[in-house]
Write a protein that binds this ligand. Structure first.
Ligand SMILES: Cc1cc2nc3c(=O)[nH]c(=O)nc-3n(C[C@H](O)[C@H](O)[C@H](O)COP(=O)(O)O)c2cc1C
Length: 236
């Protein structure tokens, strides 16, 4: 009987330890699963964080570039302190003005008539052409069609034009009456077939009423850059 009892007890003990083993295995599996899922979550979180930081970086960098653009556009007001303003009916004065701007690093401004001059308008052999009539009437002020310009920041203005009947075309009178040349040195220059600059400078100075007007100079259309350079040097 004793022998049977001890066999039963041994069997019970064996069963209990087997069950315990099973439970432990289950617990370990659960734990392993939990670790794997945890790792997965961490990995996913890391990925998300990574992509978020990239997009934040992207935003940050695009913000920076837009700031740069802002500051660049803010800087567009900066310009040279020399302006070369000119009127040219047939392109000769324009060519000289461009050379002066290249030498001085100045900005160019073309005085364009609101109503362009036709060939007939420019016929100086016709007593009734528009240009002849305008030059014969000192009160005429042809309208300027080009955009207004601010002279703020300019210390020197070279003012170019062709000679019409011995003096400045009337549209130059419109220009000088329109703007204030306070604190600005004005340097008249002209082109012509042969006539000198005559009284163009003093005429415009009187109409402008402001500015430090220097003696003007007449050039042929094919004046060299070297000649212009030495003239510009002589003004200093
Ligand atoms: C209406 C008119 C009048 C002119 N009067 C004179 C003049 O009195 N003396 C002169 O030498 N040239 C005269 N010219 C010639 C121009 O001054 C010369 O061709 C000038 O270089 C043209 O410059 P632009 O091409 O810039 O208009 C006259 C030209 C025109 C159209």
């Amino acid at each position: 009987m004793k022998r049977i009892l001890s066999i039963i007890m041994m069997a019970a003990l064996l069963l209990t330890s087997l069950a315990a083993c099973g439970n432990n295995a289950k617990a370990e599996m659960k734990e392993a699963q939990a670790v794997t899922e945890g790792e997965k979550e961490t990995a996913e979180n890391t990925d998300t964080a990574g992509s978020e930081s990239v997009s934040a970086d992207t935003e940050a960098s695009s913000d920076t570039s837009s700031n740069d653009t802002d500051s660049e556009s803010g800087g567009t007001t900066a310009h040279s302190d020399v302006l070369v303003a000119y009127f040219s009916a047939t392109g000769t004065t324009k060519g000289v003005a461009e050379k002066i701007a290249a030498i001085t690093g100045g900005d160019l401004y073309e005085i364009l008539p609101a109503e362009p001059y036709s060939d007939a308008d420019l016929n100086w052999n016709d007593r009734n052409s528009r240009s002849t009539k305008e030059q014969n009437d000192k009160s005429v002020r042809p309208e300027i069609g080009s955009e207004d310009i601010s002279l703020e920041g300019y210390t020197t203005v070279y003012l170019g034009f062709p000679i019409w009947w011995g003096e400045e075309p009337r549209i130059l009178d419109t220009f000088v009456e329109k703007y204030s040349f306070e604190g600005i040195t004005v340097v008249p220059f002209c082109t012509s077939s042969s006539s000198g600059i005559g009284r163009s400078g003093p005429n415009m100075e009187a109409l402008a009423g402001s500015g430090n007007w220097l003696d003007g100079k007449r050039f042929g259309g094919n004046v060299s850059e070297a000649d212009l350079q030495s003239w510009i040097e002589s003004l200093k």
